[in-house]
Design a protein around this ligand. Structure first.
Ligand SMILES: C[S@@+](CC[C@H](N)C(=O)[O-])C[C@H]1O[C@@H](n2cnc3c(N)ncnc32)[C@H](O)[C@@H]1O
Length: 221
């Protein structure tokens, strides 16, 4: 099954070779920096009994790492069949007895067919997609409580680095592109969807924003 109901460049860029490389890195070093940032923030919240939807799940690192938090179940959605195959293997046994689903496709096009979740995550996904507004508004529509996402901050050295990488993609006839989206614009999409920002962290390479529905107050520090 392929995923061409929308943007397919990610599906062909994140192929089995890239997936295998990510898998080796995860086995050697554990979660990457942006994922560690997201995990640290999300683990401050009571997760027991909640349902996770991880959009652009890659090889399933987030769901794997959160399995011990008592989640009721998880859906992993990704545009890449190669990544979802590894996600199935990584996540599978960790959720024994709890429902897990692996959904292939461009989330902006398929989100309405996915179940709602209490917690929706997008770790390093908006930067692989041209239309961050579409991805985030679809994610917001699926989230009952929390929405957390990481993205590159809007800094000159990242904009310059991404422009160089996109130049090489273009001359290599690769349709995949990476994006530094406007943080203000992304925040306005989530504001309009009725979320309030509960946490924000930033490093030189990654920003993390965690949003909550107003009826779910932040945990005490
Ligand atoms: C940089 S990887 C990050 C993977 C994982 N979240 C992590 O941090 O390890 C980006 C992932 O987003 C997926 N992706 C990009 N655009 C997508 C879309 N529109 N719908 C679903 N998945 C998408 C890619 O296939 C890839 O697995």
């Amino acid at each position: 099954m392929t995923c061409c109901a929308g943007y397919c460049a990610a599906a062909s860029f994140f192929d089995s070779r890239v997936a295998a490389r990510d898998q080796r890195r995860y086995q050697r070093r554990g979660p990457d920096a942006s994922t560690r940032m997201l995990l640290a923030e999300i683990r401050r919240w009571p997760l027991r009994g909640l349902y996770l939807l991880d959009v652009g799940s890659g090889i399933g690192v987030l769901a794997t790492e959160l399995a011990a938090a008592g989640l009721a179940g998880a859906t992993l959605a990704d545009a890449s069949p190669a990544y979802l195959d590894l996600a199935r293997r990584n996540v599978g046994s960790r959720y024994a007895g709890r429902p897990t689903q692996f959904m292939l496709g461009d989330f902006a096009a398929t989100s309405a067919t996915l179940p709602e979740a209490d917690v929706v995550t997008l770790d390093r996904v908006v930067c692989c997609y041209p239309d961050a507004d579409a991805l985030l508004s679809a994610a917001a529509a699926r989230s009952r409580r929390l929405l957390a996402f990481t993205h590159p901050p809007n800094r000159w050295y990242l904009r310059a680095g991404f422009a160089v990488m996109n130049f090489f993609f273009r001359i290599g006839r690769n349709q995949f592109r990476i994006f530094v989206h406007s943080p203000q614009q992304m925040a306005s999409v989530l504001d309009a969807a009725g979320f309030v920002r509960a946490a924000h962290r930033e490093s030189l390479l990654w920003s993390l924003s965690l949003y909550r529905r107003p009826e779910f107050p932040s945990p005490s520090p």
